[in-house]
Structure formats: structure tokens, C-alpha cells
Design a protein around this ligand. Structure first.
Ligand SMILES: [Zn+2]
Length: 66
């Protein structure tokens, strides 16, 4: 399941708010929290091993996101 995300332009680079930790990260990049962003918010995790809900929970607990 995918939803579109709001794109923010920073110095001509397309960025999004990481759906897990809310950091601003380039559209197609692995965030500092380890969540892989694909330009869409993959609620089922997309290329990530965890779902978005699992990743958010892990992040809140200070655990590693996979
Ligand atoms: Zn993040």
C-alpha cells in the first residue's frame, strides 16, 4: 500500500519528511534512522523489511530499523 508524500525542494533537490522520524531526507535515500525512502510512503515497508508501523514503533523505542 502506498500513499503520495509531500515533496519539499531544498537547493533543487527533492526531499521529503521521513515517515518514520520526520527528518528531511532526499526523496530516494536511506534516512539516518535507516528507513529507505522510495518517493512514496510505503505503509507496507516497500523495500524495507519492516512495515511503516513497525519501523515507527522501533524508532520510538530506540531500536534499529531494518
Ligand atoms: Zn527517518
Amino acid at each position: 500500500m502506498k500513499t503520495t508524500t509531500e515533496i519539499i525542494l531544498i537547493n533543487g533537490e527533492e526531499c521529503i519528511h521521513c515517515p518514520v522520524c520526520e527528518r528531511i531526507v532526499p526523496l530516494f535515500d536511506v534516512c539516518e534512522c535507516n528507513w529507505e525512502n522510495t518517493g512514496e510512503t510505503n505503509i507496507d515497508g516497500g523495500p524495507n523489511k519492516m512495515t511503516l508501523a513497525e519501523a515507527k514503533e522501533a524508532y520510538a523505542k530506540g531500536l534499529k530499523i531494518k
